[in-house]
Design a protein around this ligand. Structure first.
Ligand code: GTP
Length: 239
């Protein structure tokens, strides 16, 4: 592995659930500190970092929609949950000496900046971590789709999806001991086999824009650094 990062700009997608740690709800300060430090490592190495965060640790629109809530209202609440998570990550990142900017796809000026692509790009060029909140700003789209969209918009070299397992498996490795890990996959394979990597909208957007995706285990200390430094053995590559 070289000492120079293999990627200049990455977009890291974090699920809301990942922020809960061992709790059932909310934001774990230990997880925040861990993530902030992992991110600081790669920013200090010269990588430009954008983040998209989910909101499932606070609110899941779909669940309530099944219980009768209007789906669009539920999705709006979910988008606001991602803003809460974005602000928490911004705070954790700034507390350890980096600069961060939350940009929201919904206008909520008193709390954070609006999403403006060119401004986001300038922040990234200046070494600031940009946290894209409120998904795409539209109901019916997931934060995975937002991650794919923003990754393409800011010309990220790699989209990283942080999960609880080290890559994409033939079946859920927590339930099926025979499940094996894919080291590489094409978007068409992921789409055809309906593998639960990201939703189909996100996969198609990545495929059509030739965005590279890596799915990896965010709980492994140092994994993020190894990936940006060019270790290709970590996680699953989707191209
Ligand atoms: P440069 O233009 O590169 O200097 O970037 P900057 O973000 O430091 O400058 P700017 O003057 O745009 O912002 C100063 C501070 O205000 C930063 O903390 C921004 O995040 C914040 N800020 C900028 N626009 C908004 C906004 O619309 N709403 C909120 N709440 N904060 C904003």
């Amino acid at each position: 592995m070289s000492t120079k990062p293999a990627y200049k700009r990455i977009l890291l997608k974090l699920s809301g659930e990942a922020l809960m740690g061992s709790s059932q709800f909310g934001i774990s300060s230990e997880v925040m500190t861990f993530l902030a430090n992992e991110i600081k490592g790669i920013v200090d190495a010269g990588v430009e970092v954008a983040l998209v965060v989910g909101g499932g640790n606070i609110f899941r629109g779909e669940g309530l929609a099944r219980g009768g809530m209007d789906r669009i209202t539920g999705d709006h609440m979910g988008m606001l949950a991602t803003v809460i998570n974005g602000l928490a990550i911004q705070d954790a990142i700034e507390r350890i000496g980096l600069q961060a900017r939350v940009q929201s796809a919904l206008r909520i000026n008193e709390v954070c900046e609006d999403y403006i692509r060119r401004k986001a790009q300038r922040h990234l060029e200046k070494g600031r971590v940009v946290i894209f909140a409120a998904g795409t700003g539209n109901p019916f789209f997931t934060t995975d789709s937002a991650a794919a969209l923003r990754a393409v918009e800011v010309s990220a070299d790699l989209l990283l999806k942080a999960t609880k397992v080290d890559g994409i498996y033939t079946a859920d490795p927590k339930k099926d001991p025979k499940a094996t890990k894919y080291s590489t996959l094409t978007y068409d394979q992921a789409l055809d086999q309906r593998l639960s990597v990201m939703d189909q909208t996100a996969l198609v957007l990545c495929r059509d824009n030739k965005m590279k995706l890596r799915v990896y285990d965010m709980d492994r200390p140092g994994a993020l650094m190894k990936i940006v430094m060019g270790d290709d053995t970590i996680g699953t590559h989707v191209t």
